[in-house]
Design a protein around this ligand. Structure first.
Ligand code: ZN
Length: 594
């Protein structure tokens, strides 16, 4: 066995065992579905959730075996078929158990909670039940809900329209660069821009990408207005005070979290503006465009083998508690990491885990400094999963997106600070590292919050019956880019249509801000550790151990992170100030030594 490849036999022996286990799972699903109409009876209720638990426990290895196997080789049709079989089973199962929630609601909160109180074996379903009944607060009477679900397919057409227009009917533009024809697509434009040496080529690529949005801006704005109207109707019928509230309610997030985030990011961004100016100066640009963000301030020729990357990462966490270090080694053990690129292998990197299963890491490692950070990042996800697995019962291990990027970025902070102090790097390596870290604050904290801010403004406008059209939407973006980045995107001709370019804004409203919150929490926790606050690392571990056992806001609070307070978000701002100051110094130093 190649030590740089996954060993999927840690999950199942072979494909035959997969088929056997899958049959077992299907039978289990059927058995669970047979409890329809019986959940009001205590004994049946208990049996039903015991079976659900059994399913959860047995599912992990089967699903992971199929999904990891297919990611190793997308061209292998037999692996694709295995994954499809598992997905089909999921689908049938969710249809067959669609009775569950309505039935529980009919049984009533009091009785259901008593069933949980009486049966310790299914205690871990308490949070699920409490959440179900919390959501009941906004459930209407039977007739009203029926009307709502009847009209719902018509109300939620907006996303289909967006995808029909953008994907199905979308037409990528062809342009000529240095005499060569290239097709500019959503998938390749950023690498085209990054590689383009001449300013005018970058402009050409960017305008080609946006041409389609420009040609269809009235349609895009009308689709967006439709989505806003539907959201407004939904929020009103469901008796929410605002569209924002109706979205945040799902994860029990107070709206003040959102407004505090937007408030801090839109006002505390002096270092972001300074960074843009530094980039303009040191890249020697006549004017700065948003698509110049892919240009590098320095190149690093440094190469690191995967084994070296691991050693550097381990050194960067040297001061962490032993238990944390042990887990870091555990998640990077042979057989759990698939390291190198291969034909047919899924691109990118991830850490994958299921309840009670050891996590697996996928990489496409190419020996660069960036790859070293990816190792630290994905290890963070895996370590988070390991802590949750250790501390939580089966159904409460899976953490939400709200906290998902905390452990991964925390590792990156430690690695960055370690490398910046090491003698191993020259000035260009350091500039490159700082740019990477600053860029990630820019793109994750400021950019995502800017989009969140846009959603907030647009939703408030529709609530106040104001007119929405492409000019209005573009104006919001123009104002926000001025506020956040200090740049006038009108100079870029088509950039103001960025609201049409971001699919999340159409597909999953009020979603992107969660990247920023997760990011902010990791900085706030790291700040406490770095400043040597008493119990800081234990507080951090508390959050990792919480898994998905509570609402994310409560998990964070117990670790000392209050998302309703400005301080949490100010930790990012402070880090940005520090990194930009370091960068400015190094850039000057390099300039003087020329
Ligand atoms: Zn991640």
């Amino acid at each position: 066995m190649d030590k740089y490849q996954w060993n999927l036999n840690y999950l199942l022996k072979d494909d035959n065992e997969f088929e056997e286990k899958l049959e077992e799972l299907k039978k289990l699903c059927e058995k669970i579905a047979s409890y329809k109409g019986k959940l009001g009876d205590e004994q049946s209720f208990k049996e039903y959730y015991m079976l659900q638990l059994e399913l959860e426990n047995k599912l992990g290895p089967v699903y992971m075996y199929a999904h990891l196997g297919s990611d190793l080789n997308k061209k292998d049709m037999s692996k694709a078929a295995m994954l499809q079989k598992v997905m089909m089973m999921f689908n049938n199962f969710s249809i067959a158990t669609a009775f569950e929630q309505p039935e529980l609601i009919q049984v009533g909160k009091e009785k259901v909670m008593k069933f949980i109180d009486d049966n310790k074996e299914i205690e871990e379903y308490r949070f699920y039940m409490e959440d179900l009944f919390r959501k009941q607060e906004h459930v209407l009477n039977y007739n009203e809900e029926e009307i709502l679900s009847t009209v719902n397919p018509a109300l939620s057409k907006g996303r289909d329209l967006y995808s029909a227009l953008s994907v199905a009917d979308g037409k990528p533009q062809e342009i000529k660069i240095d005499g060569k024809k290239v097709l500019v697509t959503q998938g390749n434009w950023s690498s085209l821009v990054a590689d383009a040496k001449k300013e005018k080529d970058r402009t050409k690529i960017f305008e080609a990408l946006y041409k389609y949005y420009d040609d269809h801006k009235t349609t895009y704005a009308t689709i967006y207005e439709g989505i806003l109207q539907a959201n407004k109707a939904y929020a009103k019928v469901k008796k929410f005070d605002s569209i924002l509230e109706s979205y945040l309610f799902r994860n029990n997030i107070p709206t003040s979290v959102y407004t505090t985030l937007v408030d801090v990011a839109s006002k505390k961004n002096a270092s972001l503006k300074k960074y843009i100016k530094l980039r303009k100066k040191y890249l020697g640009l006549k004017s700065y465009h948003t698509y110049d963000r892919f240009q590098e301030l320095a190149k690093s020729e440094k190469k690191y083998s995967f084994d070296e990357a691991k050693e550097i990462f381990f050194k960067s966490i040297e001061k962490c508690p032993q238990d944390f270090k042990d887990k870091a080694r555990e998640v990077l053990k042979e057989g759990y990491v698939d390291v190198y690129e291969k034909s047919g292998k899924r691109s990118g990197a991830y850490s994958s885990s299921m309840a009670n299963c050891h996590p697996f890491i996928l990489l496409n490692y190419t020996d660069t400094l960036d790859d070293v950070f990816t190792v630290a990042h994905e290890s963070g996800h895996s370590i988070h999963s390991m802590y949750a697995m250790e501390a939580q019962p089966t159904t409460l291990q899976n953490y939400t997106i709200f906290v998902a990027e905390i452990a991964s970025t925390f590792n990156e902070h430690m690695l960055l600070d370690y490398l910046m102090q090491s003698d191993d790097l020259d000035i260009n390596d350091k500039i490159k590292l700082l740019q990477k870290a600053i860029d990630s604050i820019m793109s994750t904290f400021y950019r995502q919050t800017l989009f969140g801010h846009y959603e907030l403004i647009a939703s408030q406008m529709i609530e106040q019956d104001k007119v929405i059209n492409y000019e209005v939407l573009s104006n919001i973006m123009v104002d926000l880019y001025k506020k956040y980045y200090g740049i006038d995107i009108r100079k870029e001709k088509v950039k103001e249509l960025v609201w049409a370019y971001i699919p999340h804004l159409f597909y999953t409203p009020f979603y992107v801000y969660q990247y920023a919150t997760s990011f902010a929490a990791s900085f706030a926790l790291y700040k406490n550790v770095k400043e040597g606050k008493k119990g800081a690392f234990d507080n951090y571990l508390k959050l990792l151990k919480a898994g998905g056992s509570k609402y994310p806001i409560d998990e964070a609070k117990e670790s000392g992170i209050d998302f309703t307070k400005k301080e949490t978000f100010l930790a990012v701002v402070e880090r940005m100030d520090d990194l930009v100051a370091q960068l400015e110094k190094l850039l000057e130093e390099r300039e003087n030594n020329k």
